[in-house]
Write a protein that binds this ligand. Structure first.
Ligand code: SF4
Length: 455
């Protein structure tokens, strides 16, 4: 749930019959799930013959895909809307903040349209109203895998929308509704197309990946010559057959997550689990409405690591949740020392408007205490990350190359997700290409990154 902005890909102007196509500028803010929504809209725009513009200048209309998860993300979205509105009378706002149109209209009364999250049809209608689509049946402007905002060698694959959980700090179910999973065959066909287009790593995303298919009652759909159940484990197994790296994000710690560890041990999906545990104190987890038995979770983590020896666990935590005492916080630090998680991110609690946590009646934690706890947690986790990475010195690891130069490159091991984890700095005697998967001998490490030589 981090906030990233993404740029639209540069696409050369096309002269279409009957004149130049309208140019649409696009600002994409928010998490990888929002990025996938942006890709869907951009794909539709290109399919209909619109040009995409990297800058606001000269654009017929500007679409701003907003993030409304935290107040800081809302502020970033409002700034982006303001910048667009200063340059263009046809600004179309969509995404999570679009669910609160009044808050946006108060600041920007003259916006062209505001639509809610995943309301792709309304976005396209607004674009049509701003500038009718050009018509050219002879030019196929669309690559079969659609428009992607990530580099060509990795892609985010969204398997469901919404969430059935009701974590008290989160308004995502209010904004995006209950879990709505895509049929397994639909996801697998998209995955196959991406692989055929050169993607080497699939990043599986949703609000709650391990709940996949619950709403469909795990119903089957036909893919190739077989029926595939809409179930987390079945989908992971099928994705693992595509022969590319498969990385699982946003896994909620349900008991059945244990099953997927076997697939990691076999090597069919990456030994990488992104599980936002959020806290460890049973009292705070209860208040957060999250699963609360962290002793059992420690046992499970130990068992996972016995099955999948090279498992990397990434997690995020909230510090300074209302009612969090020094004892609760110490409990979290002690739990982390036992859990030895590889990668940890943290948020300071923000009282997001509309979140149930604001009215639980607990004392808010003062900002200076939040800051101090955040620093303590990050210091402890940096030290753990440094120790874990040091253990890899001397190992030979497969690394996927993200950036390439003549004698040096930057890539990621199986334990590093793009954008959020560390990288592997690679020295090489031969030129490496983006998307290559090469073996790297690790020479040294620091708190986040590894350094090594291609062999
Ligand atoms: S699992 Fe909890 S935090 Fe994640 S989207 Fe669902 S309600 Fe929000």
């Amino acid at each position: 749930m981090t906030s990233n902005s993404a740029q639209v890909p540069e696409i050369s102007p096309q002269q279409l019959q009957g004149g130049e196509a309208p140019r649409i500028a696009f600002v994409s803010l928010g998490c990888p799930k929002a990025l996938v929504d942006s890709e869907r809209i951009l794909t539709r725009l290109r399919a209909e013959g619109y040009e995409l513009s990297k800058t606001h200048e000269g654009a017929t209309a500007i679409i701003v895909n907003t993030c409304g998860f935290l107040d800081s993300a809302k502020a970033e979205s409002l700034t982006a809307i303001g910048a667009a509105a200063a340059e263009n009378a046809k600004v179309i706002v969509t995404g999570c903040m679009g669910a609160e149109p009044d808050a946006i209209r108060t600041r920007f009364p003259d916006l062209f349209r505001i639509t809610g999250p995943q309301d792709f049809e309304s976005v396209m209608q607004a674009v049509h109203a701003a500038a009718p689509p050009p018509h050219d049946p002879f030019i196929d402007l669309l690559p079969p895998q659609g428009i992607k905002l990530t580099p060509r060698h990795y892609a985010y694959l969204k398997i469901s929308e919404g969430c059935n959980n009701r974590c008290s700090f989160c308004i995502i179910p209010k904004l995006r509704g209950d879990l709505a999973s895509r049929p397994a065959a639909d996801i697998l066909r998209e995955a196959e197309k991406l692989v055929a287009a050169g993607v080497k790593e699939l990043l599986i995303i949703s609000q709650d990946t391990s709940a996949y298919g619950l709403d469909l009652r795990y119903s089957e759909s036909a893919f190739d010559d077989r029926m595939v159940r809409a179930k987390f484990i079945d989908l992971a197994r099928e994705l693992g057959r595509l022969g590319v790296w498969v990385r699982l994000h946003y896994v909620y710690p349900y008991p059945h997550v244990d099953d997927v560890i076997e697939l990691m041990a076999e090597g069919s999906v990456l030994p990488y689990l992104d599980i936002p545990f959020q806290h460890a104190s049973p009292k705070i987890l209860r208040a957060m409405k999250r699963p609360g038995d962290q002793d059992k979770t420690l046992e499970r983590i130990r068992a996972w690591r016995t099955t999948a020896k090279d498992l990397t666990i990434r997690s995020t935590f909230i510090v300074g949740f209302p009612g969090e005492t020094e004892d609760d916080f110490k409990f979290l630090l002690d739990w982390l020392a036992e859990a030895k998680l590889d990668r940890v991110g943290a948020f300071k609690y923000e009282p997001v408007a509309g979140a149930a946590a604001n009215s639980l009646g607990f004392e808010p934690v003062p900002p200076e205490v939040q800051d101090a706890r955040f620093r303590r947690l990050m210091e402890q986790c940096h030290a753990m990350s440094a120790r874990k990475l040091k253990d890899k010195v001397g190992a030979r690891l497969p690394v996927i190359i993200d950036k390439a130069g003549p004698r040096a490159a930057e890539g990621r091991s199986k334990g590093d997700a793009p954008e959020i984890d560390g990288v592997v700095h690679v020295a090489s005697k031969r030129p490496l290409r983006i998307g290559d998967i090469v073996t790297v001998k690790i020479d040294r490490s620091d708190a986040y990154d590894l350094y090594g030589t291609a062999v």
